[in-house]
Design a protein around this ligand. Sequence first.
Ligand code: FES
Ligand code: MG
Length: 590
Amino acid sequence: MSGKRRLRSQLWFDNPDNPGMTALYLERYLNYGLTREELQSGKPIIGIAQTGSDLSPCNRHHLELAARVREGIRAAGGIAFEFPVHPIQETGKRPTAALDRNLAYLGLVEVLFGYPIDGVVLTTGCDKTTPACLMAAATVNIPAIVLSGGPMLNGWWKGERTGSGTVVWNARADHAAGKIDYAEFMDIVASSAPSVGHCNTMGTATTMNSLAEALGMSLPGCAAIPGPYRERAQMAYETGLRIVDMVWEDLKPSDILTREAFENAIVVNSAIGGSTNAPIHINAIARHIGVELNNDDWERIGYHVPLLVNLQPAGKYLGEEFHRAGGVPAVVAELMRHGLIRENALTVNGRSIGDNCRGRESSDPDVIRNFETALVRNAGFLNLSGNLFDSAIMKTSVISEDFRARFLSNPGDENAFEGRVVVFDGPEDYHHRINDESLGIDDKTLLFIRGTGPIGYPGGAEVVNMQPPDALLKRGVKSLPCIGDGRQSGTSGSPSILNASPEAAAGGGLALLRTGDRVRIDLNKRTANILISDEELASRRKALEAKGGYHVPASQTPWQEIQRQMVSQFDEGMVLKPAVKYQRVAQTAV
Ligand code: FES
Ligand code: MG
């Protein structure tokens, strides 16, 4: 394609109207061997937003993949500038990695806006790295393409697949019940991390990378390729090649991240059995690109979509099988056969998602199913509301037979349950008191946790899937209904009601709940209510306000305090409210 159009990087490197600044901008980038000819040739300057580091093992493989990205960029006539993104390691950051999503977002916006970058390769992987990168690309709106790092190889223990995260939930229950000792518990969990790459289950990482592909932001087939496979490095090269042409075509996030693309992401999320973190992150990306999207859309568009992908935690297999069976394109193709995909939505390769995926087939009908053999009929989320909160998500596709029998089988009142509640204020309180017999927790109790939303536990704690007391576990009661204003890991198979908005710390009704209250959940009516009178509710609210509201622990770092002052609730994407008005901030044509 013609190289005649002047790119935004030339404002830095070749601006005859301002020789002084041009010389200053230019000279330091020569000092490691780039030539003036290269930087003034008008070639696209392509950023490689590097999320890998020793602190971020899920994404560390990108340090090596970047070499293939660079070769692709060079082969297509571009110049690569690799730079670091604030690290976000889901399993390494205290108090929670979710706190850093918006920090990484802010940092990446400043880099993409303030440096001579014409297009960017977003290296993604671990949970929040994908939304952080996409949110920033949406705000700045220069040509951008996602390169996933890919999941780890499958984990194995004694002939069984051990999936990231999911194995922890299962082994923890066995450990608590005395079936395995500490050393075996550690060995089992370690077996689930056999290679470079991110979580190999359909946790938040595989979910968000699959949704990046469904949104059209990566090349077809990118999400599922395991990190160590040769196809991963080949995909890195292809991605580098493609971003250069995207710059010449001026193909920007705003051309791709349309309402149709977001609807496709919602449909695909149900079909893959995606994480309950997805609505938070996808709603955030939508807000930053200026597309209206809320949790009602998730239920309306996503609830009736069947579960096609048989991956843990909802199913059996792991990342390698998902890739071999055809990955996201095979899932999209099956959804297309049933008219559920907006086929005209544009993708980074310049073609529509329909053209990319039409005719693709699952090569393993047990791993990627068709509609006739789907694992679950309605695999999307329900959006509940009531006097406890305005919006909370429930992933009904993971409700077990045992759970259904205990809670959702009341004759004449199926799909509803009501019970005595026990309330915890944050994860520490839960850990201290869950085995306290005086709480009277039995196999009918509803467990609540609050103080775990974006403000209460800055970033939102991943704790709503609470394990029952040891005494119940020993009797074989593996789960109780869990409800809260926090999140839960995408690797958890618990049918919790979570992401409740507004949270207790933002004045939500959860703050008024007391241990011993009764709560009714009606999945048909999509309601969740404390069964007390409006007068009692009002007097509790008055009493709480007199105390200055729900207690929020002090911030521990400057960023915790800053984010708490300006963060929106989960249903609105947990975005920084003042950031939303800055949209499409970079000029790509100069
Ligand atoms: Fe990084 Fe799961 S911990 S992807
Ligand atoms: Mg997580």
